[in-house]
Design a protein around this ligand. Sequence first.
Ligand SMILES: Nc1nc2c(ncn2[C@@H]2O[C@H](COP(=O)(O)OP(=O)(O)OP(=O)(O)O)[C@@H](O)[C@H]2O)c(=O)[nH]1
Ligand SMILES: [Mg+2]
Length: 263
Amino acid sequence: LERIRKDREVKRKRREEVGFILIALAGYTNAGKSTLLNALARENIPAKDQMFTTLDTTTRRFKVGQKRVLVTDTVGFIDDLPPFIVEAFHSTLEEITKADIILLVLDVGEPWNEIGRKFLASLKILRELKALDKPIIVVLNKQDLTTKADVEDKKKAIKELADKRGMVIFDVVGTSAKLNQLRELYDALERAIPALPKYKPFEVVIKERDKVPQVVALINSIGEILDIEYGKPTKILAYIQVGMIKSLTRLGVEVRYSPVEAE
Ligand SMILES: Nc1nc2c(ncn2[C@@H]2O[C@H](COP(=O)(O)OP(=O)(O)OP(=O)(O)O)[C@@H](O)[C@H]2O)c(=O)[nH]1
Ligand SMILES: [Mg+2]
């Protein structure tokens, strides 16, 4: 019975996640992950026009631009875990394995050698979780604790360190979760989301003119419009999450996979 319950739970969660971009907060303890999650949730319109309202407390749902995202907090990394704990620790990091984008949070107020060490140790954990192929945005949080110049130096140093190790980092941004300074993080997310592999190019053909606004709004929430040709019919070229195509065809529009035109 417990198994059935668990199985249902997993399926329910998966249903909830359809159409959302999954973002995981990762990093050492005390970096400010939970504070960052709260700051993001505070600043955003919660996407509550959804069927499901119950989510566990460490996951918040909201919008980045027009995109619906689920952001999940995870347990903080700690140095020198005894080997028998490592496995249990990894199993709590499942959210990282499932994520589309990882926010690797570091405390920029710490000295560089500490930040560099934690950055590399975090990458090692992400590698063990086989999560290094996902876009990673390094978030230098607590920028209110130091100067702008110091933050910029540390950004550069992170990029150099990643380069030297042959690691691809999507971007390095500065934030203060405490002071709601999140602009750079939003900008990076808005660039990272449309580049995710779950977006594919499609052409959407809308024959009935009065449907256009509704279709455009839907595409904006599940994809990225590249081009619109208004007319009879209206044609839209867009990157759309493959899993969400059904919600478009349900509106009675034609949807075709369109790889060439999107290039
Ligand atoms: N000055 C400053 N302090 C911050 C900022 N963000 C978080 N903090 C503080 O840093 C401490 C740790 O923040 P948390 O959000 O609990 O850190 P965490 O990464 O969730 O830590 P764990 O849950 O242990 O992994 C708290 O005292 C926060 O108030 C920030 O941007 N600036
Ligand atoms: Mg926390």
